[in-house]
Design a binder for this molecule. Structure first.
Ligand SMILES: NC(=O)c1ccc[n+]([C@@H]2O[C@H](COP(=O)([O-])OP(=O)(O)OC[C@H]3O[C@@H](n4cnc5c(N)ncnc54)[C@H](OP(=O)(O)O)[C@@H]3O)[C@@H](O)[C@H]2O)c1
Length: 358
């Protein structure tokens, strides 16, 4: 597979564009696309628009205009060949005179597949699989989990002290971490379709669970707020029930049931914000795809641990995670991890449930 440095830079930019669209495209994939003019310079950029709106390639082509002719499209997901709520992207690329297409991830759904073949049949040079893993682990992760496992992608986020406490012995938990880490939580929320907590967190902390800016103003677009409250303990006065964002109070008996409920509502990315009991239930069921841990350089010595009982008695059975990256956040540290061994559960397989495609 031969790709130019300019195409690799285009692919990195396409991934960034896809990431920027997270939280707005579900149940469709958050795709990024860059059109390079024949001279290799960037002619247009685009990302998937909210459902019913143009796909990433069409956005990028519109920006490129005539400069797309004889150029290259660099896109994180194979251009679709089907007519859903919008027309086939493969046809749009042909109509614009694109002569080469560089793709990261092949389209996994039969419904939207066939784009690369259609382009090749029309004489376009198509390369598929360029930096595929980075694209799959990035903005496409939620959508791909939906296609492959018929459930949303779960990001478990927790803020803890150096000794792994999420609250003090008296239950107080505000400001475990500093302002930079808290701002990052709002960015994480904005990139998800739903934010989930258990009734314990809702009762103890009374969080609002909205996306807010540094001044505390609510963002225009808000993810769905979800409280799992199987014994109807949430009071009507809870802040999560205010009108700042839509809220679901679920009585789902298990994490798998909850994920099925949310998947049916087109939720593809979930931020699981606690607490330790609900997080343990997800981990035991093998339903955490990514963990984002904010560690504060503080010690409490007592108080609830960041995760509840996982049913593990020996070190040999520890749930292992691999570190994806470490980022300083003000005085705190963010660790992003992926579980490498689950204590149970597993992915189910099934067909596509979206209008697919890029
Ligand atoms: N620092 C942080 O990042 C952070 C984040 C969140 C919470 N916290 C702290 O954590 C503490 C609350 O801990 P917690 O463990 O009580 O909170 P939690 O995990 O949010 O809530 C636990 C409750 O969730 C309900 N639940 C719903 N589905 C469940 C399932 N499948 N499995 C198990 N439970 C399920 C159960 O109540 P029902 O049976 O009534 O449904 C359970 O009692 C507070 O001190 C809070 O400040 C800290």
């Amino acid at each position: 597979m031969t790709v130019t440095d300019g195409e690799l830079r285009g692919m990195a930019r396409a991934r960034e564009l896809g990431t920027g669209a997270l939280g707005t495209t579900s149940p469709n994939p958050a795709v990024g696309a860059v059109v390079l003019a024949a001279d290799g310079t960037i002619a247009g950029e685009g990302a998937t628009q909210p459902p019913g709106g143009p796909h990433a390639e069409v956005e990028a082509l519109a920006r490129a205009g005539e400069r797309a002719r004889g150029g290259t499209a660099v896109v994180t997901l194979e251009p679709c060949a089907h007519t859903g709520r919008t027309g086939p992207c493969a046809d749009a690329l042909l109509a614009a005179g694109i002569t080469r297409v560089v793709v990261a991830v092949p389209e996994p759904t039969e419904l939207a597949g066939g784009g690369a073949a259609r382009l090749r049949a029309a004489g376009v040079d198509v390369v598929v699989g360029v930096e595929r893993e980075a694209a799959e682990r990035g903005a496409l992760a939620g959508w791909l989990t939906g296609v492959r496992a018929q459930r949303p992608y779960v990001i478990w986020k927790v803020a803890a002290t150096l000794d792994g406490r999420v609250a003090a012995a008296d239950g107080s938990s505000r400001w475990v971490t500093g302002p930079e880490a808290r701002a990052e939580v709002h960015r994480l929320r904005a990139g998800c379709d739903a934010v989930v907590v258990g009734s314990g967190t809702a009762l103890t902390d009374d969080p609002q669970l909205t996306v807010r800016d540094a001044a505390g103003r609510n963002a225009a677009r808000q993810p769905l707020r979800v409280v799992v409250d199987r014994r109807d303990r949430l009071p009507a006065t809870a802040r999560v029930l205010d009108d700042a964002a839509p809220t679901v109070v679920s009585r789902a008996g298990t994490p798998a049931e909850l994920l099925a409920e949310l998947f049916a509502r087109d939720v593809r990315r979930i931020l699981l914000e606690g607490g330790p009991t609900l997080a343990a239930a997800f981990l035991r069921a093998g339903l955490v795809d990514e963990a984002v841990v904010h560690l504060a350089p503080k010690l409490l010595g007592a108080g609830p641990s960041l995760v509840g009982d996982l049913g593990i008695s020996g070190i040999g059975s520890a749930l292992s995670l691999s570190v994806a990256d470490l980022t300083p956040l003000g005085g705190d540290v963010q660790i992003r991890l992926h579980p490498t061994r689950h204590t149970g559960g597993g992915a189910r397989t099934g067909g596509p449930a979206t209008d697919g495609g890029s």
